[in-house]
Each structure stands twice: as C-alpha cells, then as structure tokens.
Ligand binder design. Structure first.
Ligand code: TMP
Length: 207
C-alpha cells in the first residue's frame, strides 16, 4: 500500500468512522503499526477544542473563529500525534482532516479555499494526507443512517440545514475531481464489509 497517512472524508453518515476502524484492523493484521485517530480531536488539547466547536450551548462561532479553532486543533494533533507517528514509520488513519475544513468552513461556511489553506500552512506547515478516501452517499441514505444513530440529537455543525450539507458534498466532489492523485472516491452504499472491500481494493491498487 502506497502512502502511510490516510484520511477518510465525506459528509455526515457516510460511515467514515466504521471504515477507518476496519482499515486499521486490516493493516494491523498485515503487521503494520497503525495510529487510528480523528478530527477534530486526537490529542487532549484538540479534544478540548472539539468540545468547544460542537457544543450546542451558547450562540456558537462565526465562520472565521470556527475555521481558526479547527486549524488550532489540527496544529496540536499534527505536532503531537501525527508527525511523530509518521516519523517512526507507522500508518496514520484519520477520521477527517484538512479537506473537511475546506469543505465545511470553505464550501459550506463561505471562507475562501485559499484562506483555509493559509490557516493550514500556518498551523500544520501544510501537511497533507498521502490519500484522502472520499466516501460518497446519496443524501437521503445518509439522513436515514443518521436518524438511526443520533439518539442524543445532532451537534452544532451536523445539525445545520440541508443546503449547507449540499454545499459541503459539492465541495468534496470538486476537490476529488481536481486532485485525482490524492483522492480515492468510494461509493458508501452497502454493508460496512462491502464498503471496506472497496476501500482496500482501491488503496491496494495505488501501491
Ligand atoms: P464527526 O461528526 O465526523 O466527528 O465531525 C464533527 C463535525 O465537525 C462534523 O459535522 C464535521 C465538522 N468538521 C468541520 O466542520 N471541519 C473540520 O475541519 C472537521 C475536521 C470537522
């Protein structure tokens, strides 16, 4: 498998967390060291920022403050967990990374892509995943999955209106089309095992 830093990307309910876990298990079964992590989060500091970002208390963050907080959480995560793991030769599998900021704070929230990339250059010296696995799912299927999962209600960002999430989905599709060497686009319809088989085949084909 070519590339040790793998991010899972996509809208809400596409199955990213499940697929990240299944890929981690498959790579461990091949005797690789794997760090499985998520954004926002992955370190104590970044998890604290996650709580600030997703809490439904108070009146929330404006788009610029939100983008800065995601970039700050990512800076801590990259510095303390991701770069050290890559340096010792481990695989890093991350449930969301930079392309989520480009899609949600850029495409959905209205910041320019250049601004989001500038924040990333400052915070994380522009570190990019070797491959971003984009899981795509029809909005009605994703909504059904979320309704089954969300017993405690949506968080501040997941709970935004359908228009916002449509802009996010369109932005992800645009990024994948613009950078086919960095993105693998996977249809997320079907059972977790079926989708996992697609992910593994696509990543092995890149080797
Ligand atoms: P999760 O539900 O995948 O854990 O992600 C939490 C929420 O944060 C989700 O609605 C997507 C959003 N998000 C952004 O808006 N920008 C980002 O950079 C990241 C990593 C997540």
């Amino acid at each position: 498998m070519n590339g040790r830093f793998i991010a899972f990307e996509g809208g809400e309910g596409a199955g990213k967390s499940t697929q990240a876990r299944l890929l981690a298990e498959a790579l461990r079964a091949r005797d690789h060291e794997v760090v499985l992590t998520r954004e926002p989060g992955g370190t104590a500091g970044a998890e604290a920022i996650r709580a600030l970002l997703l809490s439904t208390e108070g009146d929330g963050w404006g788009p610029r403050a939100e983008a800065l907080l995601f970039a700050a959480a990512r800076a801590d995560h990259v510095d303390k967990l991701i770069r050290p793991a890559l340096a010792r030769g481990a695989f890093v599998i991350c449930d969301r990374f930079l392309d989520s900021s480009r899609a949600y704070q850029g495409g959905g929230g209205g910041l320019s892509d250049a601004d989001v990339l500038t924040l990333h250059a400052i915070g994380s010296e522009g570190l990019l995943p070797d491959v971003a696995v984009l899981l795509t799912l029809a909005p009605d299927v994703a909504a059904r999955r979320l309704a089954l999962r969300d017993t405690a209600g949506a968080d501040r960002i997941g709970g935004r209106e359908a228009d916002y999430h449509a802009r996010v989905a369109a932005a992800f599709e645009r990024f994948a089309a613009e950078a086919p060497d960095r993105f693998v686009r996977i249809e997320a319809q079907g059972s977790p095992a079926e989708v996992h088989a697609r992910v593994l085949a696509a990543l092995d084909a890149r080797a």
